[in-house]
Design a protein around this ligand. Structure first.
Ligand SMILES: Nc1ncnc2c1ncn2[C@@H]1O[C@H](COP(=O)(O)OP(=O)(O)O)[C@@H](O)[C@H]1O
Ligand SMILES: [Mg+2]
Length: 269
């Protein structure tokens, strides 16, 4: 049982480069600002880059957690007090595809620690690799990040389709990123939502949108998270709004959350 009220989330997308890592990191900052604790896990095992956005080079990564006897606590990097992350390693081919045994080792080491936080957020790699799909089906919620680009929409649809038809996952929150207006964001959500309704018979939930904002691009260049670099930028405000929605969801569903494992199949002993 999960007695610690941790809400677990996967942040995912069909296509790469849509903003997942920036969103995860800045959501973590927004939650921290609201006195919520969170743990981010860099699960983009091919192109890990949470550490790059923070301008740090961690001594240990998930690779060490899997390959050596170290505990999750030893790999954890504190970003702020009560806001921690587990860094990954880029370009280690055997990690890009994790077999079930490795996944078992990883999550068993992780699940107790994760229970100490209000939120656990997994920054997943783009696409439909086995690792991505199985991680996504373990968390309580999934946030699919899409941009208004047609390729982002079609790739997101393809990813959702595989999760629905092969993994029995049916609930998704959609977050539109890099929208130039509320109208464009709405249209993007509605396109994806209509396709999922017509062909997969599922209802997507709209989590809202984040504006396209050149300040975010600048924050990436400076390796300083947007909420720290420009807390009043439009995209910062949008992300704080999304964090509030997630906090409200957690509050409203605490009873349900505490009755479920943080990661399905990995109940805390
Ligand atoms: N809201 C936004 N406004 C402007 N540019 C953005 C926004 N979100 C993401 N980007 C751009 O997209 C790039 C990729 O973002 P990233 O978070 O690394 O994507 P992913 O993790 O999905 O691959 C960023 O470096 C930035 O240039
Ligand atoms: Mg990323």
């Amino acid at each position: 049982m999960n007695d610690n009220n941790t809400l677990s989330l996967s942040i995912m997308s069909g296509k790469g480069g849509v903003g997942k890592t920036n969103i995860v990191l800045n959501l973590g900052y927004a939650l921290h600002g609201a006195e919520m604790t969170s743990m981010l896990m860099d699960c983009d095992l091919g192109l890990a880059n949470l550490d790059v956005l923070l301008g740090i080079s961690p001594d240990r990564t998930l690779h060490d957690l899997l390959q050596t006897g170290v505990d999750a606590e030893d790999v954890l990097v504190a970003i702020e007090n009560g806001f921690d992350m587990l860094p990954a390693t880029s370009g280690v081919p055997e990690l890009v595809e994790m077999d079930e045994d490795m996944q078992d080792i990883l999550f068993k080491k992780l699940v107790n620690l994760a229970g100490e936080y209000d939120f656990l957020m997994l920054d997943l790699g783009a696409g439909i690799s086995h690792t991505v799909l199985s991680f996504a089906s373990l968390t309580q919620l999934r946030i699919v990040v899409v941009t208004p680009e047609p390729t982002s929409l079609t790739d997101s649809y393809a990813m959702i389709k595989v999760l629905v038809t092969q993994h029995g996952v049916k609930d998704f929150l959609v977050l539109v990123n890099q929208a130039t207006s509320a109208g464009e964001a709405k249209q993007t959500f509605e396109r994806l939502s209509a396709a999922c309704k017509n062909f997969l018979n599922i209802d997507l939930r709209n989590l809202g949108f984040i504006h396209q904002d050149s300040t975010l691009v600048e924050s990436v260049r400076r390796q300083t998270p947007l909420l720290k670099f420009a807390p009043n930028a439009q995209a910062s405000k949008d992300i704080k709004g999304i964090a509030k929605k997630l906090m409200r969801y957690r509050e409203d569903n605490l009873e349900r959350i505490s009755g479920r494992a943080i990661l399905k199949d990995f109940p805390t002993p």
